[in-house]
Design a protein around this ligand. Structure first.
Ligand SMILES: Cc1cc2nc3c(=O)[nH]c(=O)nc-3n(C[C@H](O)[C@H](O)[C@H](O)COP(=O)(O)OP(=O)(O)OC[C@H]3O[C@@H](n4cnc5c(N)ncnc54)[C@H](O)[C@@H]3O)c2cc1C
Length: 316
């Protein structure tokens, strides 16, 4: 593109988790000039994951190891990764995107792939951070198999909590659902399924005050009764926290269609309702959020960007 010399890049990728790194690799292979902006170390949620056992081709791999492999692979195909935090993505009147960062740069490109992921909402109680990945989990599909035959607790009362509790009974001997109210917010069908499951017991009107344990893992929960204020303890091998997930979708200025939970809605090419703005991975509205789905989205997005830019050039 002729503008490249002045405006720099064909595409800017925001975030270097699995989706961003995969997009960067495909962008490089497609001979496009891409820039990936990552606020921390490349790898995204892989860096918060101890062991991964469901990424096809790797029976078992450490999160940091997969992150390193993905980063090296992307760099091998020319990925340029800068450390900075994107503060705003704005489509300018010339149709290009201005991507403004905390370090005061504004990078410009005719296309952006947003792969900023999201963050599970934390309980914010003592012991949660210390035991994350060692008994404290935010993903049943990812970590359920590590708790075969154990007693685990699920915290929450929405769809995710109730559905994932049911899922966990495939592995766990017993699953407690701890909810701070006396009824669930989850849909009726999910509730019926959970109530009918003999491995599930609901503990109503309790909030988790603390997660206790050793350096090796969590051992128990200190609970408070939300009606009487009484304290009690519950011994469990693991605790799964499903009290919400916050997508990092607030960076975009202007309206891009999103679902009720703030995830971007895309077409089958991963393009949002803002032409040239693509979304991939955990930030996108979809059924499930896994490493495989993140890299799948990113593959589609990077190839779609190539086609989008070709079409743009033809209309210039
Ligand atoms: C604890 C845990 C364990 C998991 N275990 C598994 C598992 O075993 N198997 C599995 O398939 N899935 C697992 N998952 C889910 C999986 O990690 C995610 O689905 C996947 O990482 C999504 O990739 P992503 O690139 O879309 O987002 P992320 O991995 O979240 O990456 C997003 C990146 O964007 C960066 N970013 C965000 N905002 C900005 C900004 N403003 N500026 C610059 N950079 C920004 C972040 O720093 C991050 O690096 C797990 C998730 C968690 C939380």
């Amino acid at each position: 593109m002729t503008e490249r010399a002045t405006n720099g890049y064909d595409v800017i990728i925001v975030g270097a988790g699995p989706a961003g790194l995969c997009a960067a690799m495909y962008v490089g292979r497609g001979m496009l000039k891409g820039l990936t902006i990552e606020r921390g170390a490349p790898g995204g949620e892989l860096l918060n994951t101890d062991l991964i056992e469901d990424y096809i081709g790797f029976e078992s791999i450490k999160g940091w190891e997969l992150a390193q492999g993905m980063t090296e692979h992307a760099r091998k195909f020319g990925a340029e990764i800068v450390t900075d935090t994107v503060e705003k993505i704005r489509k300018a009147s010339d149709g290009w995107f201005d991507v403004a960062t905390a370090r005061g740069h504004t990078y410009r490109a005719p296309a952006v792939i947003l792969t900023a992921g999201g963050t599970p909402v934390k309980l914010g109680v003592p012991g949660e951070k210390e035991h994350a990945g060692k008994g404290v989990s935010y993903c049943a599909v990812c970590d359920g198999a590590f708790f075969k035959g154990e007693i685990v607790a699920v915290v929450g009362g929405g769809d995710a909590a109730v559905e994932e509790a049911d899922y966990l009974t495939r592995y766990a001997a017993k699953v407690y659902i701890i909810h701070r109210r006396d009824r669930f917010r989850a849909s009726k069908i999910l509730q019926q399924r959970a109530f009918a499951n003999p491995k599930i017991e609901v503990i109503w009107n309790k909030r988790v005050l603390e997660i206790t344990g050793t350096a090796k893992g969590s051992e128990g929960l200190v609970l408070e009764d939300t009606v009487t204020g009484e304290h009690s303890t519950l011994m469990v091998g693991g605790v799964f926290i499903f009290i919400g997930f916050q997508p990092n979708s607030g960076l975009v200025e202007g309206h891009a269609k999103h679902d009720a939970n703030g995830y971007f809605v895309t077409d089958d090419r991963m393009m949002t309702t803002i032409p040239g703005l693509f979304a991939a991975g955990d930030v996108r509205s979809q059924l499930t959020r896994q490493i495989t789905t993140a890299v799948g989205d990113a593959t589609t997005a990077a190839i779609a960007v190539e086609k989008y830019l070709t079409a743009l050039r033809q209309t210039d």
